[in-house]
Design a protein around this ligand. Sequence first.
Ligand code: PHE
Length: 340
Amino acid sequence: MKDAIHNVQQEIANYTLANIQDTEKFRIEFLGSKGKIKDLFGLLKSVPNEEKKQVGQTLNELRILAEEKWNQAKAQFENTSTKSEGIDLTRTPEDALIGSRHPLSLVRSEIIELFNRIGFTVSEGPEIEDDWHNFSALNFPPEHPARDMQDTFFIQKGEKEMALRTHTSSVQVRVMENSKPPIRTISPGRVYRNEAISARAHCFFHQVEGLYIDENVSFADLKQTLLYFAKEMFGEKAEIRLRPSYFPFTEPSAEVDVSCTICNAKGCNVCKYSGWLEILGCGMVDPNVLEASGIDSKKYTGFAFGMGIERIAQLKYRVNDLRLYSENDVRFLNQFTPGV
Ligand code: PHE
């Protein structure tokens, strides 16, 4: 009898319960009404009376042992859904698809950050603008061609004719109207122009405007600020050159070129073999503009500049078709996924 009990005890200890089916088989084999433990209880009759108590106790312990093993296994396997069988939980997971930041948003952040480092804050203004902020306060004469339907999208807002802003210079007017010098701010935002869409032109794009107003701000300050920008953006070797230009709201005005980042100014088809790439417009804020915005032009001077984010992104990432920026083609966008 003792041997029989011992054998069953060993069998229970060695029984592997790997799933819910094993657990049920185990129950039937040991704890079922025709199971091995029941059989052993049946043999109790033949045990001499003086040993009955002792053997009975051992059998009870054996039953408890089997029940515990069964209960534990049952709890474990009932919780895991049967669907997970056959799935290897130790396998390395497949990479989750993470999105990427849009190249324009990457360049925009970079511009904001590098100007933040020299004390420029960020200001924003509305995309639907009135004539005053987009044109008149910026010294555009009433007959200036930029107001023409060809360049500007006009919309009717109640009685008032409004425009989709054609540049972020409208924000510098708002900032000057609402704050006192010293002013040091940049204004990133979307602008609109009524142009046929092609690789080189679009009806909307993005600009960053810069404005610095204080006593004694000079053209040298402007040049140094732009040189800092070019080096931070395009690398230590970058150089700039200024060419005289015209904007109604700045005097004097200049266009700024950066040394070609693609061929290191040696000459290539991107810079049309000149070694230079045009990146922005700038100038000293015209006194008329300061006065129109309520700033004393005898006491204060300032500079302003404006650049296209698409243009900077084009040079940084060599994207030569403007349409790619707004087509949401994942093959294009995925190229900007971090770490890829
Ligand atoms: N607003 C001008 C443009 O859209 C750029 C510019 C901004 C030029 C500020 C000079 C000063 O082309």
